[in-house]
Design a protein around this ligand. Structure first.
Ligand SMILES: Cc1cc2nc3c(=O)[nH]c(=O)nc-3n(C[C@H](O)[C@H](O)[C@H](O)COP(=O)(O)OP(=O)(O)OC[C@H]3O[C@@H](n4cnc5c(N)ncnc54)[C@H](O)[C@@H]3O)c2cc1C
Length: 474
């Protein structure tokens, strides 16, 4: 049997790779392929997702080496995949094409087109998620709209998971294969602060987390100034680690508290819930999950948006998170929540603008999880935070960055301010500001909005919109 195995950027590993495992077991010849998408590698695509592209390229390089070490060779071809894969399959006379299943709406539609264009079977294996979205149903056969019962149902289905070992040897390329494999693009200026891609780095991150921070995860995960989370977001997105292998590694760890196990697995299930929601309701990428939020009177405020993404709102915690994103490709989850809430609620700017910006710069940027996070923060999503809960950026900072170290790291112009004032510099006496070298309105901006007024304005606008039912009966 001659097999084409198409790696798709969300399964960049050799361990626990169901399609690779099947290909190794059942094929006489194997052609592993990666398609460089025109979207991310076409002309002018440089700035589309710089951090994700960096992680992807590092992961691909390592995958190519892992395949080579097993007697195979990754073939890099240019997209679009909808054209390249059927053409390749035909030219190489393969007997089948194997892939890890895709769940995002565009990828699903593309796969349907490819399956239709191929003259050989197109076989989809599990890979990206813990469990296939279509098998998770309520007792009445419906779709879960609330996280807790969803998580309970998924946990039930995850007992005794089997993982696939990395194959020790792979079938060779077809003899005499003539394929012009494209070189992997080189980045001109890789950003040294971006988390290292590749399966090995991912496995090390997982081990480091499980050997230490996981035990204090319940108390530390909200501390923006500490490294208390796993940093596995990009690994799970690009599939340098399978979600199942993370789940099993956690289950196998006997020396951690039940609370830590529960808390960390609950976050993996939030990831699952995000993908499940997108799979069942693909329209969330274009509109709020809750129909009553359609037509919400967001404000056009280009200057306000720019202050938000550049990190010059005058609220140190918001500014630190904005700069952390641009500098490192990462934002702590608590900071993501506070910042997203600030944009949608304090600034009344459509959450979709923030969603696009995060997707561009997050190394773990993921359509489903990013959308869920934004809609949750704006109050319009599936099982979202109630709209009337408006995070206070000052007290959130004081609580989850008590010494101000997170702010100091990313907003150096405030570094000399004492902790007591660092989350609200405008409350500091003039002498304190002067000693810290802070000149409000000059070296650091004054707050772009007043917290109490902005909160009141949002609650008024939102309650009027929801009362009017304008969106439901336009
Ligand atoms: C506005 C906003 C946007 C977000 N955008 C993304 C995104 O594009 N990609 C992304 O992976 N996560 C996103 N999240 C969720 C969360 O912030 C990140 O998964 C987390 O910060 C990644 O860091 P970590 O791996 O150290 O997380 P950990 O706390 O160690 O969690 C482990 C894993 O669980 C999953 N997870 C954790 N929290 C959540 C959550 N709230 N929702 C869904 N999955 C979760 C992630 O896969 C994460 O890697 C977003 C959250 C918000 C509020």
């Amino acid at each position: 049997m001659r097999t084409l195995l198409w790696f798709r950027g969300k399964d960049l590993r050799v361990h626990d790779h169901a399609a690779l495992h099947a290909a190794a077991r059942e094929s006489r010849e194997l052609v592993p392929v990666f398609v460089l998408s025109t979207k991310y590698f076409g002309p002018g695509a440089r700035e589309l997702a710089p951090h994700r592209v960096q992680f992807l390229l590092a992961s691909l390089r390592e995958l190519a080496a892992e395949l080579a070490a097993r007697g195979s060779q990754l073939q890099i071809v240019r997209g679009p995949a909808a054209r390249a894969i059927p053409e390749l399959a035909q030219r190489l006379k393969v007997d089948r094409v194997l892939v890890s299943a895709a769940y995002e709406p565009e990828a699903r539609a593309r796969d349907e087109r490819i399956a239709g264009a191929l003259k050989v079977p197109f076989v989809r294996y599990r890979g990206e998620l813990l469990i296939d979205p279509h098998v998770v149903r309520t007792g009445a056969g419906g779709v879960f709209k609330v996280y807790t019962p969803f998580a309970r149902a998924v946990r039930e289905g995850l007992k005794d998971l089997q993982l696939y070992d990395a194959p020790s040897q792979l079938p060779p390329l077809p003899a005499g294969l003539k394929l012009r494999t494209a070189p992997l693009p080189e980045l001109q200026n890789p950003n040294p602060k971006i988390i290292l891609g590749g399966e090995r780095a991912g496995r090390e991150r997982l081990k480091r987390f499980l050997d230490g921070p996981v035990d204090v995860y319940p108390s530390e995960r909200n501390r923006m100034d500490h490294e208390g989370t796993s940093r596995l977001g990009a690994d799970l997105h690009f599939g340098t680690l399978s979600a199942r292998s993370v789940w099993c590694a956690l289950a196998d760890k006997s020396d951690i508290s039940a609370e830590a196990r529960e808390r960390f697995s609950a976050e993996l299930l939030w990831r699952e819930f995000a993908h499940y929601t997108l799979w069942n309701r693909p329209t969330v990428l274009d509109e709020p999950f809750r129909p009553e939020f359609k037509g919400f009177p967001w404000q056009r405020d280009a200057a306000g948006f720019e202050a938000w993404w550049r990190g010059t709102t005058g609220y140190p915690i918001i500014d630190a998170s904005a700069r952390q994103l641009l500098e490192t490709g990462f934002v702590h989850n608590r900071a993501r929540m506070i910042s997203a809430s600030f944009l949608a609620k304090h600034q009344l700017i459509n959450y979709q603008h923030g969603e696009v910006h995060y997707f561009q710069y997050l190394t773990d940027g993921d359509l489903a999880q990013n959308n869920l996070g934004w809609q949750w923060s704006a109050g319009c999503g599936c099982d979202a935070q109630p709209y009337f809960r408006v995070f206070n950026p000052i007290t959130q900072g004081q609580r989850f960055d008590p010494e101000g170290d997170y702010v100091r790291r990313y907003v150096p112009e405030l570094a000399e301010l004492p902790a007591r004032y660092i989350h609200a510099p405008w409350t500091a006496p003039a002498s304190v500001l002067e000693r810290a070298g802070v000149r409000l309105g000059k070296s650091y901006p004054r707050p772009i909005v007043d917290h109490a007024e902005a909160r009141k304005r949002f609650l008024l606008v939102a309650s009027e919109h929801l009362k009017s039912g304008a969106s439901v009966h336009p």
